[in-house]
Design a protein around this ligand. Structure first.
Ligand code: NDP
Length: 247
């Protein structure tokens, strides 16, 4: 159904759209007239979200996606292009946060954070950049974190991946003057992020802080929508959205 698609509606791909910030972003962007394509590994969840978006009058599709695989991300982009003719915005949102002190040497979890948070963002960038440069326009939105601005104990590796996402984004911005680049850095947000992995103590602390402080994922979704909604010559480069009470 397309009756709520505005003339300015864009085709927007969102990684990690099966829960949390990605899901809220898909719902929000569809509700304001954009065409959204949702990617993640849990396709049953994606199917339900897409059905609900369509039932509300939005335009949405989904495709299975593992951002740790360049081929998977390229296929995600190919499918979206086939369906909609072009890709205007890529939201690199998929992420994981298994927290633990460095001395515990949870190397498999370090690798996972590098693979999903950093390499996944690189893959998302590689999959759309040539096309956006050829179009002479496009927008890459990278979801970083307040952990891309400060480092805390148990978050060293997570922060390293998020600092790297900010560095990558700034370099990309300087090099690709026809492509807009936005980094959105949320603080504590009520999602599933703290439910999996890491040391028990660190997970409990992150969960408690989230329960005490967290803002809804819709707050982050609206910030993303704001950046996307600016005129093409206006590039909103950095947005930090955190709970008022977060220190
Ligand atoms: P969620 O755990 O709710 O969502 C994470 C999403 O990432 C899920 O949709 C998950 O989907 C997806 N994902 C994980 N691994 C992969 C993979 N290999 N391939 C594709 N998708 C994957 O957490 P959030 O919504 O909070 O996280 C979204 C982003 O926000 C992350 O980058 C996170 O670092 C960032 N962030 C979150 C904050 C918070 O307080 N919640 C604060 C700051 C930043 P699936 O498992 O189905 O593949």
């Amino acid at each position: 159904m397309t009756n709520r698609t505005s003339r300015d509606g864009k085709t927007i791909l969102i990684t990690g759209a099966s829960s949390g910030i990605g899901e809220a972003t898909a719902r929000h962007l569809a509700s304001i007239g954009h065409r959204v394509v949702l990617g993640a590994r849990r396709t049953e969840r994606l199917r339900t979200i897409v059905e609900e978006i369509r039932a509300a009058g939005g335009v949405a599709d989904f495709h299975e996606l593992d951002v740790t695989s360049l081929e998977s991300v390229q296929e995600f982009v190919r499918v979206a292009r086939r369906a909609h003719g072009r890709v205007d915005v890529m939201v690199n949102n998929a992420g994981v946060m298994p927290l633990s002190p460095v001395h515990e040497l949870r190397i498999a979890e370090w690798d996972r954070m590098v693979d999903v948070n950093l390499r996944g963002t690189l893959h998302g960038t590689a999959a759309v950049l040539p096309m956006m440069r050829a179009q002479g326009a496009g927008h890459i939105v990278n979801v970083a974190s307040t952990s891309a601005h400060r480092v805390d104990p148990t978050a060293a590796v997570y922060c390293a991946t998020k600092f790297a996402v900010r560095a990558l984004s700034e370099g990309l911005r300087q090099e690709s003057l026809e492509v807009r680049v936005t980094v959105v850095s949320p603080g504590f947000t009520a999602t599933e992020l703290t439910l999996r992995g890491g040391s028990e103590e660190a997970r409990a602390a992150a969960k408690a802080a989230t329960e005490a402080l967290a803002i809804p994922p819709s707050a982050v979704a609206e910030a993303i929508g704001y950046a996307i909604g600016q005129p093409v010559e206006v590039d909103v480069n950095e947005i930090v959205v955190r709970p008022t009470a977060q220190g």
